[in-house]
Design a protein around this ligand. Sequence first.
Ligand code: PLP
Length: 370
Amino acid sequence: MSAVQVTVDYDAISANVEILSSRASRADVMAVVKADGYGHGLIPTAQAARQGGATWLGTAQPHEAMLLRDAGDQGRILTWLYAPQFPLAEVISRDIDVSCSSREVLEAIAAGAGESGKKARVHLCVDTGLGREGVTPQQLPALAEALKKAQNQGHIEVVGIWSHFAWADQPGHSTIDAQAATFRAACESVDSIGLEAGIRHLANSAATLTRPDDHFDMVRPGLAVYGVSPVKDPDGKNFGLTPAMSVSSRLALVKRLPAGHGVSYGHDYVAANDTTVGLLPVGYADGIFRQVSGRATVSVAGMRHPIVGRICMDQCVIDLGPETDVRAGDEVVLMGTEGPTAGDWADAADTIDYDVLVRFGTSMQRESRP
Ligand SMILES: *Cc1c(COP(=O)(O)O)cnc(C)c1O
């Protein structure tokens, strides 16, 4: 048994995808399962997402797409992040759709298709303002022409056109309208050279939840699949989503400390009064952000208690206060319905929910997944 338990509610993932599907109405849903399903475990997450109605799965890296095929997934999958040197023949031969942002990658795709003896299904990626993946609008016509030529030669089939938002988690931000307009113009420009671009997709979680006009033919939620919303629900109901990940541990030791006693390396914390402290066998090697000392709380029997003193590699100390019934062996909820949320940790660590999920999931799950 490991010191920390990460539990994932895969039914919640299915239910979240159902909610996202109903929000997307006519659009297909691609559940984004990159980074080991945002730390929730690639394969079970993918299976749960399929059960919830995800007609597509998306991974940044092709090796994760191939792991999905290895696990028997036969549905549509898109992968979008690789250097031109990546051996794409295998990806293509396994019916995984690929993204293309440049001439170099197009050449690699065409070569991979030739080698595999299969047509590559390609999604043209346009940079509508994010400044990350995608061809710029200025270079779009040239790339679209090259894609059309490769399609005519029989190497590839262009089946989609897509882009990604920079600031959709701030509803009303001017870049959202601007990117959507640039995307529409890109679709038209591709159309005008006689290339049928197929499935248009732009929306991440935030846009899936708040921008129905920008759903196009498919939405690509990630974070919301895991029950965490990147935007506030005006109705205060988290859009009906249920966080899927919870994290717990048990106290290794509970003891009294007198007033004036320092806690952990460097005595950053000194007990102001007589108190009781609990030793939690979880530290920064397990994914707890080292900088959250004094700012994060955990929950024991429904009560919040602060992490105090420096967080060590594999342990940290919580202050249980002078009067407590808590004993060694009692359960501590680090994240869950009865405890802190990913957002609480993100605030304490000055980061984002995404980072919390990936870090907790990936660092802690080694032994902890049932
Ligand atoms: C990560 C990612 C998504 C999902 O974003 P969320 O904000 O988690 O919904 C969608 N598309 C691309 C290209 C991504 O990299």
